[in-house]
Design a binder for this molecule. Structure first.
Ligand code: FAD
Length: 402
């Protein structure tokens, strides 16, 4: 730990002098330069710690790039600790984004227009009415809109829409701008970012993590954080119980050219897909959910599904040009919730399993994990999300791959 760094003896070991040629030493090594690794590195560097990000390829080009950038804490029927985590993160977003933009001079084009979640069938309507009732009972801000209300808000909507939810607290961010801004902020704060550095295993000495092995050689650190996204379970660990139950969930997406400026003012979704307007006149359509391993190809089925979902919402999109299609791998987890914080191996922490909400959860995960690392105390809001919650299932062999 460097001069000026806060006391954190319970989380850190003192890095040893480099014993092998070429080895680099830092307070914290973060495996993976996605939105989670970058944002955590930025926070830690602000606290005076020396941080190295080891990135297999180049930063920010996996799930964090593929994402739709919706910040939708009430988008699903979340409850309990996970809902609190999402709401805290959404509340932190304006300050998080403003600080990042000020620090880097880069714009992230955050949009605060809410989301419409719209029904076209009896089944859709029953689902949204259920969500509406639950969220109102939980004291959340949600409005029921009729089909006419929805068409007044978004005049290009299919008039067959029956109505649905308006979630005014939802936002979206240009993730393809946010992630490079985080990378620049890290560099400005002195974070070392090593590209082409695939981590193969965590190095352990005297019962604690002391660094990692990479294809470039070993790296030494007082603390290791695994933020390797969908690949998190591939990092070698001394005990299988330390391997997080994380796996890839493919999401196919595509981008259209908007028919005209102002065609759509906010994110709109139905149970069959969503549309998110971007600052550059494009419209993102998403996203499939497929467990097909580490395969990032687009398929006829996937693209047809996205187009059908979009045409149902906005028939006028029929004539639009398709600009781009892509797929990314969400870091899924066994219970669909993130895996955050300490493990049973001293000095080895996890920031993985962000699944469908990694962009939304970036501010809370980075701030609260940095708090844990710099104080040694686990903040209450992340306490329910440790790897320990899977211990029983792993022991009973109920989590494949864990
Ligand atoms: C199609 C799609 C749409 C989405 N839409 C939304 C949305 O609207 N809102 C939202 O909040 N979330 C959304 N998500 C989810 C969100 O994108 C992810 O949860 C988030 O990006 C995860 O960030 P991450 O940093 O954990 O992973 P990643 O961005 O995948 O980064 C992990 C990094 O680790 C690196 N790495 C892997 N293995 C190693 C290794 N062995 N050594 C070194 N480096 C390694 C990878 O190269 C990568 O750069 C979406 C995801 C997808 C795919």
């Amino acid at each position: 730990m460097r001069k000026g760094a806060p006391a954190c003896a319970s989380v850190f070991a003192t890095p040893q002098p480099a014993p092998e040629k070429g080895m680099s030493t830092s307070d914290v090594i973060i495996i993976g330069g996605g939105v989670i690794g970058l944002s955590l590195a930025r926070e830690l560097a602000h606290s005076g710690l020396t941080v190295t990000i080891l990135e297999r390829h180049v930063p920010g080009k996996e799930a964090s790039w593929a994402s739709a950038g919706m910040l939708a804490p009430q988008g699903e029927l979340s409850e309990g600790a996970f809902l609190h985590l999402c709401l805290e993160s959404n509340a932190r977003y304006p300050a998080f984004r403003a600080a990042l933009e000020e620090e880097t001079g880069l714009q992230c084009y955050h949009r605060e227009a809410g989301t419409l979640a719209l029904a076209f069938t009896d089944e859709d309507e029953a689902e949204f009415r259920h969500i509406y009732a639950r969220q109102r009972a939980d004291g959340l801000t949600v409005e029921w809109v009729t089909g006419d209300d929805a068409c007044r808000l978004e005049p290009a909507l299919n008039p067959a829409v029956r109505g649905g939810l308006y979630l005014p607290g939802d936002r979206h961010v240009e993730n393809r701008l946010l992630v490079p801004a985080l990378e620049q902020a890290c560099r400005q704060r002195g974070v070392e970012i090593v590209t082409g550095a695939q981590v193969t295993a965590v190095r352990v000495a005297d019962g604690r993590a002391v660094g990692v092995e990479t294809i470039l050689g070993p790296y030494d650190a007082g603390l290791v954080v695994n933020a390797a996204g969908a690949w998190a379970a591939s990092i070698g660990v001394p005990d299988p119980a330390l391997r997080p139950p994380v796996f890839p969930v493919r999401g196919q997406m595509l981008a259209l050219t908007l028919p005209r400026p102002g065609f759509l003012s906010r994110a709109v979704r139905s149970p069959r897909g969503y549309l998110v307007p971007r600052h550059d006149g494009r419209l993102f359509l998403g996203a499939t959910m497929e467990e097909v391993g580490f395969d990032k190809r687009n398929t006829v089925w996937g693209i047809a599904k996205l187009l059908a979902g979009a045409r149902e919402l906005f028939p006028e999109l029929e004539g639009c040009a398709i600009q781009e299609m892509w797929a990314g791998l969400r870091p899924g987890s066994a219970d669909h919730h993130p895996i955050l914080g300490r493990t049973s191996l001293d000095g080895y922490l996890l920031a993985v399993g962000l699944f469908r909400n990694g962009l939304l959860l970036t501010p809370v995960v980075s701030a609260r994990l940095a708090e844990l690392i710099t104080t040694g105390n686990t903040p209450e809001v992340i306490a329910p999300f440790t790897l320990a919650r899977f211990a029983g299932e792993v022991a009973a062999g109920r989590i494949p791959g864990a």
